[in-house]
Design a binder for this molecule. Structure first.
Ligand code: GLA
Ligand code: ZN
Length: 670
């Protein structure tokens, strides 16, 4: 499977299905995702199953050689389920119960709802287990979306108590771990513990972190319920789920474990007023790299943007070339299959303005032509680079526990875990250094450079893992707010950076939170062009104990003290960054770290031109993507062969028009 669409036959008259299937085939589409919201149509009343309409649609698609991925329709329990058991509706953290009418109007711990799922998923799976056109399943749809405030109903609270009991065993252990002696919050039984509903002020930070972990585990468990049934009834089908990149409600590393591969929904253009209409290319790339990191393998895009996005408001139109460019970007970061959302723009419902490949009229237009061209030129490339990865020498550590703990206590109102990581990612992206994004459970030794920002929570095991990595020659970047707290989210009493001080060759005896305070950093290493730039949000005030300073603060009572340090430790190097440095210092620092680690760029390109790579032992595919709305021209290595975009290279130079792309092939590159 290389290209597909999300298709909703239930939204269109039957007479149209064959026309759609033929048009799909003409573009080169060979897979569709169906039915993830169609519960009411498949079971309009309890036990009254109607799969005949879906069978017919699958048959029509199958005749055109199109395979099917079915979604379990569990994000949309029909009204008759809710009528019988209104307690299935989720409860917000302010205590109000949400109503029927959107989607994900369901509590994931509710046993009555789970029983409906057991019954329905078994029935549906049984019906399709031997259908020759069905190849796999998507569980639910974007877990955690729609009801982002999660559920605090009595069933979830009881599940939280069980979760806590299995974690802490005794209530005394929990009291100790959370420090409940503070403000008389000591509990004598697990069932006294509240869900974090509003209080006169704020909750215990350890309770809050465990609540986030519990909610994440609940989603993993909710998915497992379906996965177990699907594996039993459909042993020949794959199982996946559509993730949402940098989304924060579930530990995706855990959610991924039960799946054969993960899928991701990639939407570069937004309609909501609180977001920029277009995500910058490096943020899109980072989401894709994180998705590849879930299993360290190629993945599917289950929803790739196919037109303007929109609900009540509408995003700008993707410019000619952009849909194609974004598809290339997804493939270049490891997508082996790209499924577009959606086939045709719907005439009703919340998503009337979420534009598909076809417009409302169903008449193929600009977007259809662009996607058809994309599919036809990219399919042969995808056949060849299937399964290939970038072979990155650098990695960034990503942790949901760190993210959640810093959401609870960001220190500075603007400190944001994802944005902080994006700063490091951008420096590597701009330098065209391929990056893997990995969990702290992963083997670090494969990487020459490991960037581990904001390791706020620390365990003795993790700290040993960092030390071992550097001992064996690794280059490690640690940053501000590292080893501050233990995994229960209470403070570690040792002076910072705790037992990492020998590794880093520094001590931190004081720190400053930059609330209305300006600070700047100066880059030191001896060159004439001294760069000075803002330090942001936080400053660790560092004393050297073996390390050398790479940058120093310029102002206030700690002017002249180190802001960024580097320490030789056994066979490797350990850097420490005590602040969130402005862009040019970040660039200088990462340039230094990359060079010292012996990493080389895919190639150097002008600003706004992405260069990514997928390779195996002998062959590399290099993707050059012009994200700019203007043309660029640059030199490419002589030995590279143009695979797509053959018209652009001339005399060793490539001139790419706005949003243009080109793919080259060479021997292994890095
Ligand atoms: C999400 C969902 C889809 C659809 C699109 C557009 O990613 O998975 O069902 O809602 O967004 O809003
Ligand atoms: Zn609930």
């Amino acid at each position: 499977m290389y290209f597909g669409v999300d298709y909703y036959p239930e939204h269109w008259p039957k007479e149209r299905w064959a026309i759609d299937a033929r048009l799909m085939k003409e573009t080169g589409i060979n897979v569709v995702r169906l039915a993830e919201f169609a519960w009411a149509k498949m079971e309009p009343q309890l036990g009254d199953y109607h799969f005949e309409w879906l069978d017919e649609a699958i048959e029509i698609l199958g005749k055109e050689g199109i395979k099917v991925v079915l979604g379990t329709p569990t994000p949309t329990p029909p009204i008759w389920i809710i009528e019988q058991n209104p307690e299935i509706l989720p409860v917000n953290l302010d205590g109000t119960r949400l109503g029927f009418g959107g989607r994900h109007h369901c509590c994931q711990s509710n046993e009555t709802y789970r029983n409906h799922i057991r019954r329905f998923v078994r029935e549906m799976a049984g019906h399709y287990s031997n259908n020759p056109h069905v190849i796999g399943w998507q569980t639910d749809n974007e877990f955690g979306n729609s009801h982002q405030r999660l559920c605090a109903c009595s069933s979830c609270r009881a599940s939280f108590h069980k979760w806590l009991e299995s974690k802490y065993k005794t209530i005394d252990e929990l009291n100790k771990a959370w420090g409940t002696v503070f403000w008389s919050q000591t509990y004598s039984r697990f069932d006294q513990i509240p869900a974090p509903l509003p209080t006169p002020n704020s909750h215990n930070p350890s309770l809050l972190l465990d609540w986030k972990r519990f909610c994440s585990d609940l989603i993993v468990d909710f998915q497992k319920l379906q996965v177990d049934i699907l594996r039993e009834v459909c042993p020949n089908h794959f199982i996946t789920h559509n993730f949402m990149g940098l989304f924060d409600k579930t530990d995706y590393f855990n959610l991924a474990k039960d799946l054969d591969f993960i899928s991701h929904d990639q939407y570069p253009m937004h309609f909501r007023p609180e977001r920029d209409p277009l995500s910058p290319p490096q943020n899109l790339a980072m989401a894709l790299d994180l998705m590849r990191g879930m299993k360290q393998k190629a993945f599917w895009i289950m929803e790739q943007q196919a037109g303007h996005s929109g609900w009540e408001l509408v995003s700008p139109a993707p410019r000619p070339g952009q849909l194609r460019l974004w598809t290339y970007q997804s493939v270049s970061h490891g997508a082996d299959t790209v499924v577009y959302f959606r086939w045709r723009t719907c005439l009703f419902g919340t998503e009337e303005y979420w534009h598909g490949i076809l417009p409302h009229s169903g008449i193929p237009g600009r977007r259809y032509a662009e996607i058809k061209k994309t599919i036809q030129e990219l399919t042969p490339v995808m056949k060849e680079c299937k399964g290939m990865l970038p072979g990155a020498g650098a990695a960034i550590l990503f942790s949901y526990d760190q993210e959640w703990a810093l959401q609870i206590q960001p220190h500075h109102p603007q400190l944001n875990y994802i944005k902080h990581l994006q700063g490091y990612y951008k420096a590597l992206f701009d330098a065209h250094i391929p990056v893997d994004i990995i969990s702290d459970k992963e083997d670090f030794s494969r990487y020459k450079l490991l960037v581990a920002p904001l390791q706020f929570l620390m365990t003795p095991e993790l700290s040993t893992k960092f030390k071992d990595y550097v001992s064996r020659g690794g280059h490690l970047v640690l940053t501000m707010r590292t080893a501050v707290k233990n995994w229960n989210n209470t403070v570690i009493p040792e002076e910072l950076p705790g037992d990492l001080s020998e590794l880093l060759g520094i001590g931190i005896h004081d720190y400053d939170c930059l609330r209305e305070i300006e600070q700047s950093v100066k880059w030191m290493p001896g060159d004439a062009a001294i760069t000075s730039e803002s330090a942001n949000k936080w400053c660790d005030i560092i004393t050297l104990d073996g390390a050398k300073a790479l940058a120093v603060y310029e102002k206030d009572y700690y002017s002249g003290t180190p802001a960024i340090t580097c320490n030789s430790y056994k066979n490797g190097l350990a850097y420490y960054v005590g602040t969130e440095p402005g862009t040019s210092i970040m660039e200088k620092f990462m340039h230094e770290a990359v060079k010292t680690a012996g990493l080389s760029p895919v190639m150097r390109t002008p600003k706004g031109v992405e260069a990514t790579i997928r390779q195996d032992r002998d062959t590399a595919f290099i993707f050059i993507l012009n994200h700019n709305a203007y043309a660029v021209s640059f030199e490419i290595p002589k030995e590279w062969q143009a695979v797509t975009g053959k018209e652009f290279p001339k005399d060793g130079f490539v001139s790419l028009p706005p949003f243009e792309t080109a793919v080259f092939k060479s021997g292994r590159n890095l």
